[in-house]
Design a protein around this ligand. Sequence first.
Ligand code: ATP
Length: 195
Amino acid sequence: MISVGVTGGIGSGKTTVCKIFEQLDIPVYYADAEAKRLMSHNQELKSQVKSILGKEAYHRNGRLNRNYVASIVFSDKEKLAQLNNIVHPAVRKDAVKWSNSQKSKYTLQEAALLVENGSYKQLDYLIVVTAPVEMRIKRVLKRDNSNFDEVKRRIDNQLPEKEKKKVADFIIDNSGEASLIHQILKIHRTLLKKS
Ligand code: ATP
């Protein structure tokens, strides 16, 4: 099974692109959402999280206390690295299992930090979705109940787009200059030929 990563900076349009691939019957693994699910439901991962962040990392009902976790990892880079070191391998393992159970010619895995954490190397191909940073900020502010400083802070924590483009097999321009559908169909046809 061919596994293809979809990444890009915040607000670049990763999810929008993946929704179009889904219309072409290509299954998509949304890694960031799955990471949250695994952190709340995978017992092994939960005990590892507790050993790093303490039992306060979970509510009494067993759900992840996201506010508590965020408050720790945003101020402690060491703890963030430790958390990533246990969550990313668990997500990778789950994604491989998921991908192998699909019946399509190829599958997609969408994640914001595929290049930053090196997991793109375990995928067969990488699609990077791009758009100018001012446009990304505007789109995110329109979409979320967020503010400029918060979005800018998240952008500054990500690798610049030009670094992601260097390791891309396919680049999708989501600035509105080129047709999104045409670019996606072209990549889809290429991937079908490779499968
Ligand atoms: P995040 O990193 O925050 O998860 P993302 O890369 O998945 O973001 P999307 O959620 O797909 O990005 O897009 C961000 C916002 O921009 C959404 O509200 C989406 O509807 C809008 N958007 C995406 N592409 C376009 C486009 N070509 N034209 C207009 N709006 C767009």
